[in-house]
Design a protein around this ligand. Structure first.
Ligand code: TXA
Ligand code: MG
Length: 325
């Protein structure tokens, strides 16, 4: 592994593919305590052996992430997850229905759970998901342990949906980058805590609320459920440098316009999240387009986006990206 990376003055991490030989190499880096950026169906993750406290500490250092903000542990399947956490019948049916896929479950940690306390920030709970991506699953299978992996970006900046985004944000601070192309969903997983008094949605994301509610009934907001919070839901998050103006139906002088669907008269869109107004396509484009406009403009006006389906997660990220520091 690239031991220089701990000082932050390391050489740029090699970018390799996702062939079986590449995954073997990545597994060796992880087992040696290193950090590997991996593609998932949502966004790129920065993975380490979740059971190795020193490796997990390096994730926090590389990202500049506050250590009270716990990490998601990625598992091969429900069987591996059940060695780490207690599953209620509802939790089990959610995992059976949506894994592998973009649903993270926050569950009580088992006393015998071997995951480092640092990964769960000392909480009695653990966040688990099984990613729907062959490279991520192939790596977990080779390592044979859960992988702690937050999104592979410096803390508070936009999540990466291409390997090149990881290179730009963390390239010299980590050991290896697996390039699996563009992420299919482009938005982070939806986080749910299926507790006793009803399930709580801690973060909207790539799995739409309505899909989950078909199993859980109405999902509660975190404010309505005392004590359950995703510590990482800081108001300002996913932030570009540019200022954002949301729900914009006009374009002011100097602004880039990020359109969704047909653009209003008098507006000349810089980019369009989805010309046909498709929310899945918009989610997949969101972070890459915000990054691109952030390079060229200091003000970005964003078209109104409906709050239905994946729109809930898209609008959540836009609000956090636009919140003032
Ligand atoms: O799609 C995703 O979820 C991506 C990919 C890489 O899997 N990961 C991701 O990780 O978005 P991250 O670290 O950027 O966001 C994880 C969120 C944070 O808001 C954190 O506070 C919350 O999960 N979280 C983790 N463990 C938790 C726990 N035990 N209780 C409540 N929230 C937790
Ligand atoms: Mg993140």
């Amino acid at each position: 592994m690239n031991t220089d990376s701990q000082s932050g003055s390391g050489a740029p991490a090699p970018v390799i593919g996702v062939s079986p030989a590449d995954l073997d190499r990545a597994a060796a880096v992880i087992l040696a305590g290193g950090l590997v950026a991996i593609p998932t169906e949502t966004v790129y993750g920065l993975a380490a052996d979740a059971t190795n406290g020193v490796a997990v500490a390096r994730i926090y250092t590389a990202k500049g992430r506050p250590s009270f903000n716990p990490l998601i542990c990625h598992v091969a399947d429900l069987a591996m997850a059940e060695t780490l956490a207690d599953f209620s019948p509802l939790a089990r049916s959610l995992a059976s229905r949506f894994w592998p896929g973009p649903l993270t479950l926050v569950l009580p940690r088992k006393p015998s759970c071997p995951v480092s306390d640092l990964a769960t920030a000392g909480l009695p709970t653990i966040a688990l998901r099984s990613p729907k991506h062959l490279a991520a699953l192939g790596l977990i299978a080779r390592v044979g342990r859960p992988l702690a992996a937050p999104s592979a970006n410096p803390s508070e900046s936009l999540s990466p949906t291409r390997a090149s985004h990881v290179v730009a944000g963390l390239g010299s601070l980590i050991d290896l980058i697996l390039d699996g192309g563009a992420c299919e969903a482009g938005l982070e997983s939806t986080i749910v805590a299926p507790g006793e008094g009803g399930a709580v949605m801690l973060r909207p994301g790539a799995l739409a609320r309505s899909e989950i509610e078909s199993l859980t009934g109405s999902l509660k907001a975190p404010e309505a459920a005392s004590g359950v919070l995703a510590p990482g839901m800081l108001r300002r998050h996913y932030a570009p440098r540019a200022s954002l103006r949301l729900g914009a139906t006009d374009q002011r002088s100097g602004e880039a316009y990020l359109a969704f669907g047909p653009s209003p008269a008098g507006v000349s869109p810089s980019l369009n999240l989805s010309i046909r107004g498709d929310l899945e396509e918009a989610a997949a484009n969101l972070f890459a387009m915000l990054r691109a406009l952030d390079e060229t403009h200091s003000m970005i006006a964003v078209a109104p986006i409906s709050d239905t389906g994946l729109g809930e997660g898209i609008n959540d990220r836009l609000k956090r990206a636009g919140a003032l520091a």
